[in-house]
Design a binder for this molecule. Structure first.
Ligand SMILES: [Zn+2]
Length: 490
């Protein structure tokens, strides 16, 4: 018997947790953090308590209540009887938090499978971020932590690439690369006893490497799947109408703006998006500026530059400078920085706010780093490029307004340019049509106009279902918007 059960990504963007059972073999496809659900109950200074192990996460519905899935130490701490693992493997589509973070709770005996590049990203996060129960993916410290010097317990992680065929119990899993706003993203074609189940992960057709998504569509289509699990992020979107449909356009626009600028250029973009990084790296080179990378982002470059396929520069590249923020003493002493950060401190290409030649750089600063502008004091005729999506919920609106206040305070010219990491509705229809599955399951999709912080109403879920069925009618024999925890037999 082949069955699918969905524990996340239902009527929400992200938090995918999909259980596939086949003839006694059970695997999970992704096990991500649901930002929306988490934000319903928690925020920055109100976070789930790690002292209660899994307790807070289970109580507030952030992870499903399952046996034989979670870490022995956390189950014990909860006062429950630990059980042997019932899951044969976790397949990770890509290294975005909403697809991978809650793998940190997984039973120590469950092997993780992910792309080689995804592993590099996870390694860089592991090295640069302070340990937290919500992000301990590649290794974890057994709770309760009695001695902080105790080394963490390493996970078994197996990397794959397109063309591999991975046997797990009765299943044969074929990962196929897809194009998304993070490198190392994959879809899966899974051969079960009943037929093929395909999973898109997150993908798009308008990126720099759309051929990779084409490869997935072609392979999935040829396999004549009985089921396709698809993302639907941009279904009936309203907030992203202004976005560009390609990285090339973003590059041309940004290049044009930077050429016109005589002062400082600040670029705010998602650093994990290596295509966007390359865009700004190229713009910097063409305008004879150097790209300034914040110290905390140097880790990602250190790891991703090891992937020859990506052709990214290492942090000591001649066109890159590493920005040292002011910490502790305020005088840039080595001891001011975290031990892992000190590896970059001795690099000859570090720069501080005071030594920055503003007319000759593009600063890669996300919102959280904007306070460094106080030391930099941008020159007149400086530019701020917002290369992210425009705000589409109340929390984003507030952050955005705060950002605009900084931009206004320093009299920076504001410029917006971005293209999405997700397929548009039109692209989604094309993907589904070409794959032509018998059953189509939508995850990573939410009702248009869903209110931030307000739990989904039954009526909204019902309306989304009707809308999706109407729009995708005829593209699959059956279209399903899965319900939480419900098992679907294939
Ligand atoms: Zn993603």
């Amino acid at each position: 018997m082949t069955k699918l059960t969905f524990y996340g990504g239902i009527n929400e963007i992200g938090g995918n947790k999909i259980l596939l059972e086949d003839d006694g073999t059970k695997i999970f496809l992704d096990f991500g953090m649901s930002f929306g659900k988490r934000e319903e109950f928690f925020e920055e200074y109100l976070s789930p308590r790690s002292s209660n192990a899994l307790g807070d996460f289970l109580e507030m519905g952030l992870i499903p209540n399952l046996e034989g899935v979670y870490r022995t130490d956390l189950v014990k701490l909860l006062g429950r009887e630990p059980k042997p693992s019932i899951i044969a493997a976790l397949f990770i589509s890509h290294a975005h938090a909403d697809h991978v973070n809650y793998a940190s709770f997984f039973h120590e005996d469950i092997p993780f499978y992910c792309g080689r590049t995804a592993l590099l990203i996870l390694q860089s996060l592991n090295e640069s971020k302070t340990r937290s129960i919500e992000t301990e993916i590649l290794d974890f410290k057994e709770r309760p932590i009695r001695d902080y010097r105790m080394p963490p317990r390493k996970r078994k992680v197996i990397t794959f690439r397109t063309g591999d065929k991975i046997r797990v119990g009765s299943l044969l899993v074929e990962p196929v690369h897809v194009d998304h706003s993070v490198p190392g993203a994959y879809g899966f074609i899974i051969h079960t006893k009943r037929g093929v189940v395909a999973y898109t992960g997150d993908l798009r057709l308008h990126g720099r490497r759309s051929q990779m998504t084409e490869d997935f569509i072609e392979k999935a289509g040829k396999a004549r799947p009985i089921a396709l699990i698809s993302e639907g992020t941009r279904f009936k979107e309203k907030h992203r109408e202004e976005e560009k449909e390609g990285e090339k356009q973003v590059m041309e626009e940004c290049l044009g703006e930077v050429k016109k600028t005589t002062g400082l250029v600040v670029a705010d973009f998602n650093f994990k998006d290596s295509d966007r990084f390359k865009t700004f790296y190229t713009v910097a080179k063409e305008t004879k500026r150097k790209l300034v990378v914040h110290l905390s982002d140097a880790f990602l470059l250190k790891y991703l530059s090891r992937d020859t396929g990506l052709a990214l520069p290492p942090p000591d590249d001649s066109n890159i400078l590493i920005f040292l923020p002011k910490r502790k003493s305020g005088t840039y002493q080595e001891g001011d920085y975290l031990p892992p950060e000190r590896q970059f401190y001795k690099y000859p290409n570090t720069v501080t706010a005071e030594r920055l030649d503003q007319k000759k750089v593009i600063l890669c600063f996300s919102y959280w780093k904007i306070k460094e502008l106080i030391d930099i004091r941008p020159l007149p005729k400086s530019l701020f490029i917002h290369s992210l999506s425009e705000p589409f919920n109340e929390e984003m609106e507030m952050t955005y307004q705060r950002l605009l206040n900084w931009v206004e305070h320093y009299k920076l010219k504001f410029f917006q340019s971005h293209c999405s990491g997700h397929a548009s509705e039109k692209e989604l229809k094309e993907i589904v049509k070409r794959i032509a599955p018998q059953k189509l399951f939508f995850v990573h999709i939410q009702p248009p106009g869903k209110k931030f912080l307000q739990p989904l109403k039954e009526k909204e879920a019902e309306e989304l279902k009707e809308l999706v069925q109407k729009e995708f009618q005829g593209l699959a024999q059956e279209i399903v918007l899965p319900e939480y925890g419900k098992t679907y037999e294939l």
